[in-house]
Design a protein around this ligand. Sequence first.
Ligand SMILES: Nc1nc2c(ncn2[C@@H]2O[C@H](COP(=O)(O)OP(=O)(O)OP(=O)(O)O)[C@@H](O)[C@H]2O)c(=O)[nH]1
Length: 307
Amino acid sequence: MSTSMPDIANHTTAQTEGTLDWVGMSNIEMPIMLASKGESPRMVSAFVDAFVNLNDPQAKGIHMSRLYLLLDDLSNNNELNYQTLVSLLNGFISSHQELSDNAKVVFNCDFHLRRKSLISGKQGWKAYPITITGLLNQGKLSIELAVDVRYSSTCPCSAALARQLIQKAFKEKFSQEDINLEDVHQWLGTTDGVVATPHSQRSVAEVKVKLNAATTEFPITDIVDLVENALKTPVQAAVKREDEQEFARLNGQNLMFCEDAARRLQHAMNLTTSFDDFWLKINHLESLHAHDAVSVTTKGVVGGYQP
Ligand SMILES: Nc1nc2c(ncn2[C@@H]2O[C@H](COP(=O)(O)OP(=O)(O)OP(=O)(O)O)[C@@H](O)[C@H]2O)c(=O)[nH]1
């Protein structure tokens, strides 16, 4: 049956000749069983990009269906882990002999983790947007994991300005003679006592790492833990009042410009040897401004990530 069908990709030549860096499909929707370090494999709803290069300047095109079916096989019969990702890339190339020698696959999804509340012992789900990218370029394998971690940042400048107003209100309210501990304590518990509050903002740390050859599992939870421990104020899932109060304390004790957050993370990332390279982008979605405050840094590897 299929022999009588026109096969443009095989039997036609290019109208205009030329090689192409990447040809394939993007945003393929697929459930994927994702394996990651320390977690049981779980089904994620992924958007996948699959590419090979087109080396033959005269060939009409690549065979999209072959890439799709290799992905579909992974989705149906296997789990996505370091080894199956490498096999997939090899399969992309071996299914395109004479046409391609480079392959790339990108998986985008949310990865859900149970996270503990700060004090109350409750737990809740948090979704972390992740991207896993596999690249086979001139035989060289490169696997990258990107994770977005949301947190809260309170502006140190705003905090200092608020403190100044609080000090001023205190001087206006009390004179040397009539300071009474109970009165001051009482007054501090009113909005007149804390006359100004600093602004804080929901913030996003975008982290990309190059996994090194010794890696056998995707270290998603390790990266999330590293970022959240360094920044101290991750957004929360289940929150009772005691958790909210602790969150307020942590915000007050971890005042951060976007530069502070980037340096904290840079320091934490430099302490681990698990990654060949890293790239960080800190986004403070300002509540003072309608624009964001942003900082970017990398490990500084020669020939590695560029800011
Ligand atoms: N290469 C290419 N294929 C496309 C594009 N858009 C849609 N397709 C379709 O992708 C389908 C699959 O192509 P192939 O993988 O070559 O399909 P096939 O010839 O049945 O499969 P093989 O026998 O394995 O070569 C074809 O029906 C193409 O028309 C495009 O922009 N480029």
